[in-house]
Design a protein around this ligand. Structure first.
Ligand code: KG4
Ligand code: ZN
Length: 339
């Protein structure tokens, strides 16, 4: 079964083809960073309009790269939420129309389910059950994944998401949007111990996070002084260490609390090298193992949507022809698949 996947929930237009037997055949991603940079963040209306312009040519190009045609597609999957309503509607209307025209089944996929299942696209996929640390621009969660659609949220951010904290602090440092990766790069040249940031919520039991205080800590650290290049790098490093320490600490706590030994890192912040390194070291010391999607499958992509859609369609799940678009959609509302 070949499934065409479409992702347009925010500022990436992405298309992929996943085959149940041959695996991932092709995937393409276009990031709208240049479009939104001048505004300092994503402008929802501009995002939706750009998806409209790019999506159909990208569908054609990705089908060609996969060595197939529309007639070779057996099902269509699209991100139905959570995300920006206008952006979601573009992918939803294209996917539903294509499926209708081709006479194939279609399914609206939960974006975070896509992120959680992204490591399944790698050659050495994690076994169920596992703990997933889902760290994106919009979400920070620890989830117990017992199977597809069997998700229990163990903890989440009470305010900013980890990626949001990276982006806001990057903006303070004049790094533009989206600043997470740029801040991480700046931090590489930073010296340890020059600035000290708090480790939010680590002194309390439980698995929830809070990151908005870190941005305030960065504002306070910068107040009244003119930081040179080295100073900015030192600050970036202190910030990154505080976020990484907190994420590692809570992820280990989740492993301890559940007794699971497989840990998955998903979402855009999962591309962070310090996080990947420190989590792997800490988990190995506990006899646990960390599984990562490749960095390009941590950030938004359609391969994960095609894969999640394939699993649900192959299990016989079907939906009607209404376009589904849910800006908010709790992850634990999803139904488990039956095989
Ligand atoms: O999963 P994602 O691509 O989009 C959402 O669903 O939100 O995550 C994007 C987030 C942004 O906040 C971005 O700054 C952050 O991931 N990010 C990083 C890195 N690469 C992307 N944060 C820290 N270090 C990185 N290397
Ligand atoms: Zn995402």
């Amino acid at each position: 079964m070949k499934v065409l996947g479409i992702e347009t929930s925010c500022d990436e237009t992405a298309v992929a083809v996943y085959d149940g037997e041959a695996g991932l055949l092709a995937h393409e991603v276009f990031s709208q960073f240049d479009l939104h940079r001048a505004w300092g963040g994503v402008v929802p209306e501009l995002a939706a309009r750009d998806h409209i312009q790019r999506l159909l040519p990208m569908v054609r190009a990705t089908l060609a790269a996969a060595g197939t045609t529309p007639a070779g597609i057996d099902g269509v999957a699209y991100t139905a939420g959570p995300g920006l309503i206008g952006a979601l509607m573009v992918g939803g209307s294209v996917a539903e129309s294509l499926a209708y025209a081709l006479g194939v089944p279609v399914i609206g996929v939960h974006h975070l389910e896509g992120h959680l299942l992204a490591p399944m696209l790698e050659p050495d996929p994690p076994p169920f059950p596992f703990i997933a640390l889902l760290v994106s621009g919009g979400h920070t969660m620890l989830v117990e994944v017992a199977g597809i659609g069997r998700y229990r949220i163990l903890g989440e951010s009470l305010d900013d998401a980890a990626g949001e904290a990276f982006d806001k602090t990057a903006k303070l440092l004049g790094l533009g949007y989206p600043g997470g990766a740029a801040l991480a790069q700046l931090a590489e040249g930073g010296r340890p111990g020059v600035f000290t940031f708090p480790r939010p919520m680590m002194d309390r039991p439980g698995l929830d996070f809070s990151f908005s205080g870190l941005k305030t800590a960065a504002v306070v650290a910068m107040r009244g002084r003119e930081l040179d290049g080295q100073g900015r790098a030192d600050l970036a490093r202190a910030f990154e260490e505080a976020v990484v320490d907190t994420l590692v600490g809570k992820a280990l706590r989740a492993l301890d609390a559940t007794g699971h030994t497989a840990l998955v890192i998903a979402g855009g912040v999962g591309a962070n090298r310090r996080l990947r390194r420190e989590l792997a070291e800490a988990a190995t010391r506990r006899g646990a193992r960390v599984y990562y999607p490749r960095p390009g499958f941590c950030t938004d992509n359609a391969a994960m949507i095609a894969y999640a859609g394939y699993r649900r369609l192959a299990a016989g799940e079907r939906q009607g022809q209404a376009i589904r678009a849910r800006p908010r959609w709790p992850l634990d509302e999803l139904a488990p698949i039956t095989n």
